[in-house]
Design a protein around this ligand. Structure first.
Ligand code: WTA
Length: 654
């Protein structure tokens, strides 16, 4: 673990009190907030049991709350049973049957709505289709889809019959898809002919075919949703059109009641090794976090239109698109395409047309749209907005202020939500009717979330603004249960220190004099590129898999828009290109990484050297490489370098 992110940085003093008009009708006000904190402090498990009883519909009520006897493997509500799809759909049919559950807009402008009744019918039909193809409770199903309602239908249908889904982001390559299929031992892939994004077709079926051709022995069937309607080959006996699969199915599919701890889904995310890990979430604990934060943090109400722009391929798209808003009985907005099609006003035009009231996106998107100018948002009526949110990476105060003034017109609270794939739902975040915000800070932990910043020995850091490890000191219902198939890696990754008592988030943070949390960056070798997690090792493994590459080291450097950019140092087999630059091989390697992982992992810079700088024990001097990539002064001892000339090569000077 490196300490490069544990130095305290910038101090931001502006503070924005909750808007009184918002406070007047907020679900959680100071009084409720204090009561929740008090209850969580006095009776932690009682607090969670109460939330779980009030917010979830149980088939068999639980008696047991937290079981920590096999720590760090925790269970919650384990003797209860329920069904997640029932909680998201059926239970609303009494009063919300004709309410819109989903408002969808395609990149080309096609709009489709589904009421709760229609969505329940579609989910049930598709769930019956899955059963007809032999899918049973506990089977893994990979979903590789565009951002269309069928993606949510597929996820909900799996949940309905107890199948465990693993959604793979449509921007990942066939190689990444194959790895995830094989790691999970999935029986089926649900995909589409293609999706529309950035004015082009994303070739999802072609990528699926390629993944399966490389060897996925566990896959029996592929269901293909028709979206783009371009010509694609269908393999007889394996591939079935979605519309054919549901043609004979009826809309009655009783939910399969599963135990609270039954895995709802796997979602692969990057860590510090070359291969992503399958984060395994539970049914009840996960859903509780999802519904509770949709109500508390997003203040979701009957009349809201909630638009979270995340793709369902990420955790944010699980918790704030596919599950949370539906479990809370809300209306969600879903968009298929890119934010700049046909121009940078697309999001704001959609806010106006669909009267979006809650908008949740990533700092990268805010920065990119900010750069394109105020004239785009200023063209549209954004008065329907009442709450804004950000997630995925630290937001710089400048982007925060732009979001606040130009989009929120200074009256919308901004919730900067810190959380992770592993935590399942928001953890440290303002509550819009309670917490005064400071641009760049995710503020304070939610009631029931024992977040803290500790030193090397696990002691709370009490000196304001001193950096340390971000930890969660008590188990919480929505946390990951394990890494699929690898309990040992789960324990060693998340509970490696502090006597195995605290969940180690992998971020460094500091608390200011008001106790507000400021996230400072990762302490492991994970990059945050445009709010997406990528392991440096993952990109390195992809690079060294190229026949021309002998060695590679990857570090991050700050980027104005993406937050972090990928900087790769490469040693080629054979001679180093003259002057360390070669456009052709650079392009070849970038495309290669795109094929191995996905476009988001393509290095922004590649620099060629004869060697990588190593310590005497043979470890790559990453701090040195980071200093160089960031144009900083070199703080490492370089006197032991075998070949001092490589310093100039690494710096791009010779
Ligand atoms: C970072 C995304 C600062 C952090 C939900 C975390 C943030 C990683 C914030 C998880 C935030 C997420 N402020 N940093 N509000 N939210 N992060 O798993 O480094 O894709 O550990 O989950 O993103 O990324 P993941």
């Amino acid at each position: 673990m490196s300490a490069h992110n544990i130095d305290s940085v910038l101090i931001e003093n502006r503070k924005f009190k909750p808007n009184p008009n918002f406070v007047a009708r907020a679900r959680i006000r100071k009084q409720e907030f204090d009561a929740l904190h008090k209850m969580a402090a006095e009776d932690y498990t009682g607090f969670w049991a109460k939330q779980a009883r009030e917010l979830l519909s149980w088939h068999r009520p639980f008696k047991q709350v937290l079981d920590d006897s096999r720590a760090p493997h925790f269970t919650w509500f384990a003797d209860g049973s329920l069904n997640v799809s029932y909680n998201c759909l059926d239970r609303h049919l009494g009063s919300r049957a004709n309410k819109n559950a989903i408002i969808f807009e395609g990149e080309k402008g096609d709009v489709r709505t589904l009421t709760y009744q229609q969505l329940t019918d579609e989910v049930s039909r598709f769930a019956n289709a899955l059963k007809a193809q032999g899918i049973r409770s506990g089977d893994r199903v990979v979903i590789y889809m565009p951002m269309i309602p069928e993606a949510v239908i597929a996820m909900q249908a799996c949940a309905r019959i107890g199948a465990i889904h693993s959604v793979v982001f449509g921007g990942f390559s066939s190689e990444s898809l194959r790895d995830r299929i094989n790691d999970a031992g999935a029986r089926m892939v649900i995909t589409a002919d293609g999706g529309n994004r950035g004015g082009k077709i994303v070739e999802l079926k072609a990528a699926t075919d390629k993944a399966l051709a490389g060897g996925c022995p566990s896959i029996d069937k592929v269901i293909v949703c028709q979206r783009t309607k371009h010509n694609i080959p269908m393999k007889a006996g394996r591939d079935i059109w979605w519309h054919d699969a549901i043609a004979k199915q009826n809309t009655d599919c009783p939910p399969v009641w599963v135990d609270a701890e039954h895995p709802l889904f796997l979602l692969y995310t990057s860590g510090s090794t070359g291969k992503p890990k399958g984060i395994q979430h539970s049914s009840a604990g996960y859903l509780l976090g999802a519904i509770l934060t949709n109500l508390w943090v997003f203040d979701l109400r009957e009349s809201d239109i909630f638009w979270c722009t995340a793709d369902v391929g990420w955790i944010t798209g699980h918790t704030y698109v596919a599950y949370g808003p539906l479990a809370a009985g809300g209306t969600l907005m879903m968009y298929e395409g890119a934010p700049t099609i046909p121009d940078a006003g697309r999001f704001w035009k959609m806010v106006q047309e669909h009267k979006v009231s809650i908008f949740y996106t990533a700092p990268t998107a805010i920065r990119a749209l900010m750069k394109l100018g105020d004239s785009f948002p200023n063209k549209y009526d954004l008065s329907s907005l009442r709450l804004l949110g950000t997630v995925g990476e630290p937001i710089n105060p400048e982007a925060w202020m732009w979001y606040h003034t130009v989009i929120g017109k200074e009256h919308c609270p901004i919730v900067d939500t810190w959380w992770q794939t592993e935590t399942g739902s928001n953890m440290i975040t303002p509550l819009p009717g309670v917490t005064a915000t400071k641009p760049g800070s995710c503020t304070i932990p939610l009631p029931g979330i024992a977040a803290d910043v500790v030193d090397e020995d696990g002691n709370s850091i009490t000196t304001p603004n001193q950096g340390g490890y971000l930890v969660i000191k008590k188990p919480f219902p929505s946390q990951l249960r394990t890494i699929w198939g690898d309990d040992a890696r789960y324990a060693s990754t998340y509970y490696p220190k502090f006597g195995g008592k605290y969940y180690l988030a992998g971020d460094s943070a500091r608390k200011d004099e008001d106790g507000y949390f400021w996230i400072m960056g990762r302490i492991d070798d994970v990059l945050n590129v445009s709010g997406h997690r990528l392991g440096t090792m993952e990109v390195e493994s992809a690079l060294v898999a190229h026949p021309k590459v002998a060695e590679a080291a990857v570090v991050g450097r700050p980027d104005d828009i993406k937050g972090e950019a990928i900087f790769a140092y490469v040693v080629l087999r054979g001679a180093r290109p003259a002057g360390g630059v070669d456009a052709a091989i650079t392009k070849e390697l970038r495309d290669w990484v795109g094929e191995q992982i996905g476009a988001i992992a393509k290095p922004d810079d590649i620099r060629f050297a004869d060697n990588l700088p190593k310590t005497r024990s043979g470890k790559i001097m990453r701090r040195l490489l980071r200093n160089i990539a960031r144009g900083e002064d070199i703080t490492s001892d370089t006197s032991t370098l075998e070949n001092p000339d490589i310093l100039l090569q690494l710096q791009g000077k010779v």
